[in-house]
Design a protein around this ligand. Sequence first.
Ligand code: 13P
Length: 217
Amino acid sequence: MTLTSDAALRREMVETCRQMNATGLNQGTSGNLSLRCDDGILITPTSLAYERMQPEDLVVLNPDGTSNGSRRPSSEWRFHRDILAARPDVSVVLHCHSIHATALATQMRPIPAFHYMVAVAGGPTVRCARYATFGTQELSEAALEALEDRTACLLGHHGLIALGSSFAAALARAVEIETLAHMYLAALTLGEPPVLPDDEIERVRQKMAALSYAAAD
Ligand code: 13P
């Protein structure tokens, strides 16, 4: 799907950012969001709270990292650019520091198949990418590795990335991964929970695809 960075898309992007706050995924100016569009990549500006963000604050990013407009792109533009370039199956990249997913990421713990909904990330684990400083090419490379054959990953000592074919799909997936992280932390209080076999997660993944599950687009 090819999209243009027109006014309606800009409004939808700002609305999705506000939903990141409303759903508890985001706090302060952490997090960022991007969309593949005709002009390049439409991305949130750096260090601007979503309550204050207006459609004209969004930045059109060129593949070489340059941009037009009055605001600077998110400091994480490298991983947004690289993921959108490497993954023709996705149009939207969402990043946040949601509490429970980030709590696991601070321990470098992937989310295993303790619950069947782990399949919304495309496989039997939500991997955790190795740590690298925010905004660096090293972080982009770590994220791309953790996202191989997946549509979400944790970022070590940092947060979460969720991908989607639309704003709604990426948001639904991020909410689901955060919920799974919360459940996993609760389950861990009784010890490491048993995991479902890989073939069961594959069965669930195919069933979700057939039913067009929002978080498993
Ligand atoms: P930006 O405000 O530059 O998008 O950075 C926020 C963030 O979450 C960095 O990882």
